[in-house]
Write a protein that binds this ligand. Structure first.
Ligand code: KIV
Length: 267
């Protein structure tokens, strides 16, 4: 218990937003990398369900189970002393409020994470409210939602046309009103992310959402240049760094100074 008093909290993230300091977030799946990222100053570690494709060799994030999430979250929580640890809720683990509470409860109680992330549309409003009512910090993931890849017909930029942009703005407002403590925007036009940020009271984290966000997240293996095809919005920071920790420090510095993402990483 004692070491958790040193961990960053939602209040720290709100303070960073209030003073205009960008939040640096990365995915992590194990204790060793979690410790490196923590030392390098990353404020939020996301145990993402990208562990399916990246750690397990699955074709998508869909097969990741609750037991697997708990296992990886435990490792990351053990490795990181300062960072807030956020866990992805796997596909179909939050189909109703009861399931969401039971599964988010496991991530907080058994794995020790401080926050959960759900891929959201307005349909998840009641679930976000139920989690918030029990004091569970929630990040609402909007825009490209990889768990809906088959419905979306691929990993495509979202919110490009005016109707889709308005729908996303409304969804963000409704989910925040329902109790979301953080919004995460994946693969949306930079201008739309700026509009979400302008209306939001909570921090807005982007991945492929341009520079006008309160913070950025990247998939660790993209940052290290390990993935086969680097998405447009990512950057290999290891290419110009002297080792993994230096690459992560370079990422944190680039986010904090607004040098990353640049226009070449945005839509
Ligand atoms: O699972 C994950 O790694 C994510 C990031 C892409 C934000 O959700």
């Amino acid at each position: 218990m004692a070491e958790d008093t040193a961990r960053l909290t939602l209040r720290d993230l709100a303070r960073l937003k209030a003073r205009g300091e960008k939040i640096a977030m990365l995915t992590a799946y194990d204790a060793t990398f979690a410790a490196v990222l923590d030392r390098a100053g990353v404020e939020v570690l996301l145990v993402g369900d990208t562990l399916g494709p990246l750690v397990q060799g699955q074709p998508t994030t869909l097969p990741v189970s609750m037991d697997e999430m708990v296992y990886h979250c435990r490792a990351v929580v053990r490795g990181a002393r300062r960072a807030l640890v956020m866990a992805d809720m796997p596909f179909l683990s939050y189909t109703d409020a009861a399931a969401a509470l039971a599964n988010a409860g496991r991530l907080l109680k058994e794995a020790g994470v401080q926050m959960v992330k759900l891929e959201c549309s307005p349909a998840q409003e009641g679930i976000v409210a139920a989690l918030a009512a029990e004091g569970i910090p929630v990040c609402a993931h909007l825009g490209l939602r990889p768990q809906s890849v088959h419905k979306l017909g691929g990993y495509r930029v979202q919110g490009r046309d005016p109707a889709a942009a308005e729908a996303l703005l409304e969804a963000a407002a409704r989910l925040e009103a329902a109790g979301a403590d953080l919004l995460l925007l994946e693969a949306v036009p930079a201008a739309l992310a700026g509009r979400v940020r302008a209306q939001a009271g909570v921090p807005v984290i982007g991945i492929g959402a341009g520079p006008d966000c309160d913070g950025q997240v990247l998939v660790l293996y993209d940052l290290l240049g390990l993935t086969e095809r680097l998405p447009r919005f990512a950057k290999n920071f290891l290419a110009e760094a002297d080792g993994v920790e230096a690459a992560v420090r370079a990422y944190v510095a680039a986010v904090k100074t607004g040098r990353f993402p640049g226009p070449e990483h945005s839509y």
